[in-house]
Design a protein around this ligand. Structure first.
Ligand code: NAD
Length: 271
């Protein structure tokens, strides 16, 4: 098995990465950052998002395991001080592989230039900062509503605890095969009306957002944002590709949610 290490550059991470590299070599595990089977990230959720995008061209062939060196992460199962236990497990056992849905987006531009396609692990949003944004929303090809406000966010189940939650979306269990669309500051009055609630679509549904023509939109895809060209439509569907996590010990999703957002219980290291 070939292993890649993907890390951020803070001091604690660099120390853990050094220890991880030494331990992997001691266990005669091959480090190959170009063609890995397993990607170990060291840092936080942002580091795992970065690793996902770095390896997204081969995401179906690899799995991820995250070590967190900052605060509790959603994509990171291990803490920095547990690196020796993790390497021991990698060397001696087959992990449980869990696969979660990804978001596929296709952007159609108003000037007819070639479409752009992307994958997101957390979410993609369409926003307008200067003026009110108006977007016609279609679900599976049928007109659904005319949105007016700051923007719309379409998230994966694993991304539901990120930006989606901040804008009032529901937290979804990552085993669900779905996407969620949440509103960002919609205008609702006698003239404009939206559902004013997050929606969760069926596995074979898709969402098309058709904004009024303007060139000052921001499209976000996880940690990236761009606003370069007037667009006609963004199409969102569940991607064929999935992200795989290598679990070397069990974890309960709802314990992680409780630990990250409520924190009223005693937790052990497995959370
Ligand atoms: P960042 O460093 O600003 O991270 C933002 C926070 O989001 C961090 O605490 C990170 O741990 C957390 N996070 C990331 N993915 C998560 C997930 N799936 N579940 C729960 N928490 C998660 O930015 P970054 O590290 O580059 O990450 C980009 C992500 O940050 C975006 O995908 C977006 O979801 C999130 N974000 C959230 C807000 C918000 O809540 N208002 C604003 C901007 C970005």
């Amino acid at each position: 098995m070939k292993i890649a290490i993907y890390h951020n550059n803070n001091e604690q991470t660099l120390a853990v990465t050094k220890q991880l590299t030494t331990l992997l070599k001691q266990h005669h595990l091959v480090i190959d950052n170009d063609h890995p089977d397993l990607v170990i990230t060291v840092g936080g959720d942002g580091t795992l998002l970065g690793a996902f995008h770095h390896y997204e061209h081969c995401v179906d062939q690899i799995s991820f395991v995250g070590i967190h060196t900052g605060h509790l992460g959603f994509y990171t199962d291990w803490r920095g001080y547990e690196v020796a236990t993790l390497v021991d497990k990698i060397a001696t056992m087959q992990p449980q592989l869990v696969a979660y849905p990804l978001l596929k987006g296709v952007i159609t531009y108003a000037d007819g230039s070639p479409n752009d396609e992307f994958l997101a692990l957390n979410e993609s949003s369409l926003k307008r900062l200067s003026e009110t944004l108006r977007i016609d929303v279609y679900i599976s090809g049928e007109f659904f509503e005319s949105f007016r406000g700051d923007g719309l966010c379409v998230s994966t189940p694993t991304g539901s605890t990120a930006y989606n939650k901040s804008v009032g979306g529901a937290v979804l269990h990552p085993k669900l095969e779905t996407l969620q669309m949440a509103e960002v500051a919609s205008i609702n009055n006698l003239v404009y009306r939206t559902l004013s609630a997050p929606i969760v679509i069926a596995p074979d549904d898709w969402i098309d957002l058709r904004p009024e023509v303007a060139d000052d939109y921001v499209i976000t895809v996880d940690e990236f944002a761009n606003n370069n060209r007037p667009l006609q439509q963004i199409h969102y569907e569940i991607a064929k590709e999935r992200i795989h996590f290598a679990r070397y010990r069990t974890h309960r999703f709802w314990d992680r949610v409780e630990g990250a957002f409520i924190g009223s219980k005693e937790h052990n290291n497995e959370i």
